[in-house]
Design a protein around this ligand. Structure first.
Ligand SMILES: Cc1cc2nc3c(=O)[nH]c(=O)nc-3n(C[C@H](O)[C@H](O)[C@H](O)COP(=O)(O)O)c2cc1C
Ligand code: SF4
Ligand code: SF4
Length: 353
């Protein structure tokens, strides 16, 4: 049997309870201490072998780093954007973005403002198209949030359709609430490399207010302002290198790579149906904002109330952006702070074309 990275992880995780029993339940003798030490070292070694095997496995052609196969289908007979023939012009840029609460769109807008001839395209607008996406630009940016130390599924699917044969420079910016952007950048690089043989020339994580309201409150007040001010500094440090098409070594983080390995497959396995937890209360005024901002077109108003259609991306936009705070996901969300990036309007978040 071929030993895979998952087996090493099972060994590492399985050894933890054995170590705990030896350390706490058995008499404190020299031989128990030596045995405990041995087991701990074996668990560490197994973890590191698991991580390096994952790197190797990711390079194998049939592995797309946790992208479910249905997202890798490409119909080569259709092209949703054709490249014009010949002609000289200044370097055109397209920044493709995905956003739930506006952080990633704010970054995309700020970078676009620093470049000449730059178009912003919502990845959500390409959902209804099929086949290759052939950008009409020499420089491409992809800006999106990190979800469980990986890419939103819609972004992974989009990247799997990108034909970069006419592109000279491609960069990514991943917004995160604390960590994981580095690993999502690596995941994106792997998909692009496999699809087009052209990986990322540069990738930048940017720390923004966290928006995973199913688990925590978003920062508010001074804390929020502080994070946004630091993010602006980070963005200012990205625009120069991007405008000069500077190539940079991609960032990496062992810890979030491990988190990706452990949590991302679980996230992708249930993300589309997590909206079963969503409910709406009597505060709803039937304004339709939730349906209009949803990047997955996953909400329909039935008799004025939202109904979720189970192809959710879990961006949390509907919960955060409902003007009445009427959408909940379990008991915890009622008291949690709602968030929208202050540089982005609801009208911009509604854009789907
Ligand atoms: C489903 C989900 C998972 C998330 N996972 C992470 C994570 O692993 N690490 C992290 O730092 N932030 C995580 N976040 C926070 C977002 O990445 C962060 O707030 C991002 O800037 C939101 O971007 P947006 O406003 O463009 O949607 C998560 C948010 C959501 C909704
Ligand atoms: S955004 Fe809020 S108030 Fe408006 S329709 Fe949706 S749930 Fe109702
Ligand atoms: S239903 Fe809500 S959480 Fe799901 S993708 Fe749409 S806006 Fe985001």
């Amino acid at each position: 049997m071929k030993i895979k990275e998952i087996h090493m992880k099972i060994i590492a995780i399985g050894l933890i309870p054995v170590f705990l029993v030896l350390a706490f339940a058995l008499p404190n003798t020299a031989s128990t201490a030596i045995l405990s030490g041995g087991i701990m070292i074996t668990a560490f070694v197994a973890t590191f072998i698991g991580i390096s095997m994952q790197k190797k496995e990711a390079k194998e052609p049939d592995d797309l780093l946790a992208i479910p196969p249905k997202y890798c289908r490409v119909d080569p007979s259709t092209e949703c954007q054709k490249r014009p023939a010949g002609g000289t012009r200044t370097m055109k840029t397209i920044i493709y973005y995905f956003t739930g609460t506006g952080n990633s769109l704010a970054v995309a807008k700020k970078i676009a403002a620093a470049l000449n001839d730059c178009e912003l395209v919502p990845i959500a607008s390409l959902q209804k198209t099929t086949g290759n996406i052939v950008p009409q630009a020499e420089r491409i940016g992809i800006v999106c949030p990190v979800y469980f130390s990986g890419l939103p599924l819609m972004v992974a699917a989009f990247a799997g359709r990108l034909d970069l044969s006419g592109v000279q420079y491609i960069f990514a910016v991943i917004t995160h609430g604390g960590g994981g952007g580095e690993t999502a950048i690596r995941q994106l690089d792997g998909i692009l490399r496999k699809r087009s043989g052209h990986g990322l020339d540069a990738g930048y994580p940017v720390t923004m207010p966290g928006n995973y309201i199913l688990m925590y409150s978003s920062p508010a007040g001074e804390k929020k302002e502080e994070i946004l001010a630091k993010a602006d500094e980070q963005i200012a440090g990205i625009t120069g290198p991007v405008s000069q098409c500077e190539k940079r070594a991609l960032p990496s983080s062992l810890i979030t790579r491990l988190l990706h390995t452990l949590l991302y497959p679980w996230f992708t396995s249930h993300v589309h149906t997590d909206d079963k937890k969503f409910t709406v209360n009597d505060k709803c005024t039937a304004c339709g904002t939730c349906a209009a901002i949803c990047p997955a077109n996953n909400i329909e108003l039935v008799e004025g109330k939202p109904v979720w259609k189970h192809h959710c991306e879990l961006c949390c936009g509907c919960i955060h952006l409902c003007p009445e705070g009427a959408i909940q996901a379990g008991k915890g969300t009622e008291a949690r702070v709602r968030y929208r990036n202050p540089s982005v309007t609801i009208a911009e978040l509604k854009r789907r074309s």
